[in-house]
Design a protein around this ligand. Structure first.
Ligand SMILES: Cc1cc2nc3c(=O)[nH]c(=O)nc-3n(C[C@H](O)[C@H](O)[C@H](O)COP(=O)(O)OP(=O)(O)OC[C@H]3O[C@@H](n4cnc5c(N)ncnc54)[C@H](O)[C@@H]3O)c2cc1C
Length: 541
């Protein structure tokens, strides 16, 4: 199949985005608001990727993946660039307490993690009075660290010379790659359980605090400093709002449209092939999961830095065994509960070694306790996440699934749920195999490539990707990494690079400016050839 040469660069460039996950939607918003014509191809019938909220029979609503919405600032800025306000589109409920932590063991203890530092000191004292003073020193140190490290997270890493940029060198002083997150926290907290309270968040990256780089202490800092939010209606409403705003600035989102491959002319990406049709474009943004999609989308010769063998041999995050339960009646649970098994460290070592833990730690969300829209009246929902090895561990989940379901339900007794089974009215499971088969997540590694130092910054698949020209990555597989705020920031980095390559600048519209000029902006879009019909037709050329 011959692709017609990129025709729009002299008029209005046209970009294809593969995948309507958080990274793809954020990139689409930024590109379209800067005047680029954008077509998003999404293989599923809904937007959001892993960040979607499902409505199950009976009216139960479940977040499929993310449930902790952190640091809305970056997304708010992306909405602003489109002339919209995040707070007008999504009702973000700040949680206090943020979550309940239950430590099993000889002396079990539970605490309510709160952003109110005086109360948090009292909670930490329940674990170990000697550690209470560490709360404020931890916060003060990480406040400095985040500020210093922010420029590293906000810029691309095209090569080793980037490390010599003054702001990067300043940020990297805080990286301390020789220290794990747990070792870093020993400076503030003597009790291993307190350290876990401030480091289990490395699980958001699918990593163990005993191996995760020390810089990720900023994760728990972000929660205490900037809040843990529940978007009313579930995290999926954020993705839906992004799609809505993206469409309002002219993005064409095509659902149920899987891209089979990126088409190249020589070293330049000139189109995407979807459903046997070629769509000619000037550049391609890939949001689809890196490990799962890249081998099929691009020939190896276009990505010599990441041949198939290297992708197969990279280190990947853990996976998760998920149970989504619709429950009759109320649940006496916090919005978020994290159960930390006594042998937490061993659990994590087992997961890394490919062994499925028999006494796992787990995380449970009971969202209807905060947000009644998540369940029908008189009912509740339970989202249960158990960290397990990814598929490289070799388990046969067809066999494991019923056994592990039983084990997971039994584990709920440890958080006080003894009578749950007779009240289950809806049930869905996603195993590591399900993540791979149904959600296109490579190796079922739910949090993408691991975030060890050798897979971060310029070692991670680059935002401007491969040897080919015109291919950009967004999502958890590229720099800066996984987790929603980081993914939004990564989309901003990639969109900026793409705009730079097109000789365009990112728009910085203020909401009031945009509202006043909304009509003018859409007629400008039309005059550039971006009216609804024109867009649909020529994207299908
Ligand atoms: C269980 C779980 C819990 C998590 N919890 C949190 C949390 O609490 N907080 C947080 O910040 N982060 C969390 N994350 C991590 C991360 O924020 C989300 O996974 C996020 O959705 C990843 O976004 P993404 O942009 O990388 O892509 P994805 O969400 O994976 O989206 C990629 C999209 O590409 C589409 N696609 C794939 N192949 C093709 C193709 N060939 N053609 C067209 N479309 C294609 C997919 O259908 C999908 O829609 C969690 C993840 C999981 C799985």
């Amino acid at each position: 199949m011959n692709a017609s040469p990129p025709s729009l660069s002299k008029t209005r460039p046209h970009v294809a985005v593969i995948g309507a996950g958080p990274g793809g939607l954020a990139a689409a918003m930024l590109l379209a608001s800067s005047g680029v014509r954008v077509t998003v191809f999404e293989k599923d019938a809904v937007v959001g990727g892993r960040t979607r909220t499902m409505t199950a029979p009976g009216g139960y609503r479940f977040d499929i993946g993310p449930t902790f919405f952190l640091y809305p600032r970056i997304l708010a800025e992306i909405f602003e660039a489109c002339g919209a306000r995040l707070e007008d589109e999504v009702d973000l409920i700040r949680l206090d307490p943020q979550y309940r932590l239950i430590f099993e063991g000889a002396n079990p203890v539970s605490i309510e993690a709160t952003p109110d530092l005086a109360r948090m000191e009292a909670e930490v004292a329940k674990i170990n009075p000697a550690d209470a003073a560490g709360v404020r020193s931890f916060m003060a140190e990480n406040r400095v660290k985040l500020e210093a490290f922010r420029p590293v997270l906000e810029r691309p890493f095209p090569g080793v010379m980037t490390y010599l940029a003054p702001e990067v060198m300043n940020g990297l002083k805080h990286l301390r790659p020789w220290l794990s997150l747990d070792q870093e926290l020993q400076r503030h907290f003597s009790d291993p359980r307190t350290r876990l309270a401030f480091s289990f968040q490395s699980k958001y990256l699918g990593m163990s605090p005993f191996r995760c780089p020390s810089m990720f202490s900023i994760l728990s800092f972000l929660e205490y400093e900037h809040g843990v939010f529940h978007p009313r209606g579930g995290c999926g409403v954020v993705s839906e709002a992004m799609a809505r705003v993206a469409e309002s600035v002219g993005v064409d989102i095509r659902l149920n449209t899987k891209v089979d491959r990126i088409v190249f002319e020589g070293r330049r990406a000139v189109g995407v092939e979807a459903g046997g049709r070629l769509h000619a474009v000037d550049a391609v943004v890939v949001n689809a999961d890196f490990a799962h999609a890249i081998p099929g989308l691009m020939e190896e010769e276009q990505r010599p830095q990441w041949p198939d063998k290297k992708i197969a041999e990279a280190r990947y995050s853990c996976s998760t065994f998920m149970l989504y339960l619709g429950i009759e009646g109320q649940l006496d649970l916090a919005h978020h509960t994290v159960l930390l098994a006594e042998d937490y460290e061993n659990n994590l070592a087992q997961i890394e070694a490919g062994i499925i833990p028999q006494n796992p730690s787990l995380y449970v969300q009971a969202a209807a306790s905060t947000d009644p829209s998540m369940a029908p009246p008189g009912h509740s929902t339970l989202y249960m996440l158990v960290p397990v090895p990814n598929l490289l561990g070799g388990a046969d989940w067809a066999t494991e699934e019923p056994r592990y379901r039983r084990l997971a339900l039994d584990r709920l007794k440890a958080i006080g749920l003894h009578d749950i089974e007779s009240r289950i009215r809806y049930e869905k499971i996603i195993s590591p195999q399900g993540w791979q088969d149904d959600y296109a997540v490579g190796y079922g590694a739910t949090f993408n490539l691991a975030h060890n130092v050798r897979q971060m910054m310029h070692f991670r698949p680059r935002n401007r990707f491969g040897k080919a020209r015109g291919v950009y990555l967004v999502g958890g597989g590229t720099h800066p990494g996984s987790g929603l705020p980081v993914i939004y920031e990564g989309a901003r980095i990639s969109a900026d690079l793409l705009l730079q390559d097109l000789g365009m600048a990112r728009s910085e519209r203020s909401p009031s400016h945009m509202r006043a000029n909304a009509g003018a902006f859409s007629s400008q879009v039309d005059s550039l050839g971006g009216s609804e019909n024109a867009t649909k037709q020529s994207a299908g050329d």
